[in-house]
Each structure stands twice: as C-alpha cells, then as structure tokens.
Ligand binder design. Structure first.
Ligand code: MG
Length: 194
C-alpha cells in the first residue's frame, strides 16, 4: 500500500519494470494491436503540422510511449478486464455492462484518460478527438465482432496514439529550436519517468 509515496505494510518486492513492460507489449500484440497500426494514427494526426514527418518517427514515438509505467499499468488493467469479460468471468452487472460496451459506462475512457496527462495538453485534446473520431485501428476495435470484447482496448489505443502524437509535436519544436541532441534526450528521459 502506498501512503504519500511511502511503502507500508507489504514486504513483497515490487515487480521489475521490464516484466511489466513486456507484459503490456505482449498483451497489445495478443489483442492484435501492432506498433505500426498505432503509428499510422499518429502519422495521420501529425502530418498536417509536419510535412516531412516519417512513419519511422511515429513508430519510434509509439515505442517510447510504451516505455512509460503509467501507460503500461493502464494497458494491464484494461485488457485484463476485456479478457475476463470475453470469458464471462466478471460479476454481474459489470459483466453485462462491459460486454455491451454500455454508452454511459465511462470507466474505460477514465482509465485511458488518466494516462495521457503525462504528455501535456496536446495529448489530452488529441485523446478527446480520437475518442470521438475513432480512426484506423480504433474504429476496428470499436466495431463489435462476435466473441471479442475490446471495451477498454479502443480507449487505450486512443491514449497511446495521443501521447505519441503530443510527444512528436514537442520533439519537432525542440528540433526547430535546434536544441542539442543531448538536451532532447534528457527531456525525453524526464518525460518517461512515471
Ligand atoms: Mg471503450
């Protein structure tokens, strides 16, 4: 249990960050979400602001976002709930609510939204836009298919793409201002903490 950032009660070792990151990446893969598919959304969102944008930069940005603990934790929680709902292992009435992706159930958005604050206001507004427009793989995930439940996953993808788009926008400005590569990397490192 965490109280003001101080560990109390539990004597268990924390789970190593590499284990958490691998689990989150594996889960995305297992659910059919590739880095490329998310990067395509980022590319489409950022191209109007950067005509020289390369797909590789978008893939790299998505990859960097997935190094962030906040995102990894949201992925673990959200996909776990989708999978449990597919196996009909949630308790009622939650099972029915998640299964039908009930319109007024907003916890899927809330979990995903909680992980966009680390990348600033562009991430927050982009998240809102993607949540409404549902482009690319987000649309595929939102379209109900027999037997599969992605109530949480579509919002998580919005969050990852929004973060990666915001990160790119800030990187672009850093480059325009000709910051030294060392400083860009230091800022990058700071952003990934948390
Ligand atoms: Mg949803």
């Amino acid at each position: 249990m965490l109280l003001g950032g101080v560990e109390t009660m539990s004597k268990r070792e924390p789970v190593h960050c590499h284990v958490v990151e691998k689990a989150a990446r594996d889960l995305l893969k297992e659910r059919g979400v590739t880095l490329n598919a998310v990067a395509q959304i980022v590319f489409d969102m950022q191209l109007p602001y950067n005509k020289d944008l390369k797909m590789e930069e978008c893939i790299d940005s998505v990859d960097k976002v997935l190094e962030k603990r906040e995102i990894q934790h949201a992925i673990l929680v959200g996909i776990e709930l989708d999978k449990l709902a597919e196996k009909k292992q949630l308790s009622e009435p939650l099972q029915s609510i998640v299964e039908m992706d009930e319109g007024l159930f907003g916890v899927d958005e809330t979990i995903a939204l909680g992980s966009v604050f680390g990348y600033g206001s562009i991430a927050v507004t982009t998240f809102g836009y993607l949540d409404k427009q549902k482009i690319g793989i987000i649309k595929d995930l939102d379209t109900k298919q027999e037997g599969s439940i992605n109530t949480f996953l579509d919002d998580l993808v919005c969050s990852i793409a929004a973060n990666a788009a915001s990160r790119l926008a800030h990187r672009l400005r850093d480059k325009q201002e000709r910051l030294r590569e060392e400083e860009i990397q230091r800022r990058d490192h700071e952003e990934r903490i948390g």
